[in-house]
Unconditional design. Structure first.
Ligand code: FPP
Length: 232
């Protein structure tokens, strides 16, 4: 159990598809509503003084969805960052990506890379998008990189410890999440931050992500506002 303010909150944004279905809308319309809500949650993260917000935007398992839905999810960041990047710069927000973005469509990859490089010197909240992310493949990727470092003589086998493995995960220098929130009613971790969640509080909520408001977020993390400004 963390004490005081959570530094790092991670969210499994589940329930978009069912939110759409309940309203006789498409699953993609559910994702659109989820993306809008995500903007509110980023604002709330700033207001409540969160240092790192990790958002599970596309899991490595999501490729098995119907192709129109996958295409929509690949297109969302393109539209999102074209609109939001200037604002993120103004608000000193740093964007990170955790996951293997090399198999993504070029346009999506480029927009994510640009968001990361443009904002890398920003010192405000870190918004870390888990994109084409899987907890097991995160660990495999770290193991491979460590083996390369050992083989090239950069580090020795004896340097490998828990801290070293943590450093080589996609989340790198970020602190482990104090709390993981999953919306949508299911009580599973679904291959999210497997190593990093060892000590996290887990919070499962019976609300579809597009209905998850900034106020609910505040209630869940049990915080008082520390910043007063909202969306710029
Ligand atoms: C899971 O809900 C959610 C996703 C697969 C996508 C989450 C993405 C967003 C909220 C927006 C991301 C936007 C950007 C710009 C990165 P689900 O479809 O599995 O819902 P279901 O369980 O009801 O089917």
């Amino acid at each position: 159990m963390y004490r005081g303010s959570p530094n790092h909150v991670a969210i499994i944004m589940d329930g978009n598809g069912r939110w759409g279905k309940k309203r006789r809308l498409s699953r993609s319309e559910g994702h659109y509503a989820g993306a809008k809500r995500m903007e509110e949650i980023i604002d709330a993260g700033i207001v409540y003084g969160i240092k790192v917000l990790t958002l599970y935007a596309f899991s490595s398992e999501n490729w098995s969805r119907p192709s129109d839905e996958v295409n929509y999810l690949m297109d969302l960041p393109v539209r999102f960052f074209s609109r939001k990047l200037p604002e993120f710069m103004k608000r000193n927000i740093q964007i990170r990506i955790s996951g293997n973005i090399s198999p993504l469509p070029v346009k999506t990859r480029e927009v994510l890379e640009k968001a990361v490089t443009r904002t890398e010197n920003n010192t405000g909240i870190i918004v870390n998008f888990a994109f084409n992310y899987g907890g097991r493949s995160d660990i495999v990727h770290a193991a491979r990189t460590l083996i390369e470092e050992v083989n090239s003589g950069k580090i020795s086998k004896d340097d490998i410890n828990e801290e070293k493995i943590q450093q080589y995960l996609y989340t790198g220098d970020l602190p482990s999440p104090d709390m993981i929130i999953r919306t949508g009613g299911e009580k599973r971790i679904s291959n999210f931050l497997l190593w990093q969640s060892a000590e996290s509080d887990l919070c499962f909520l019976d609300v579809y992500f597009p209905d998850f408001t900034g106020e609910m977020f505040a209630e869940t993390i049990g915080q008082q506002p520390v910043n007063s400004y909202l969306s710029g």
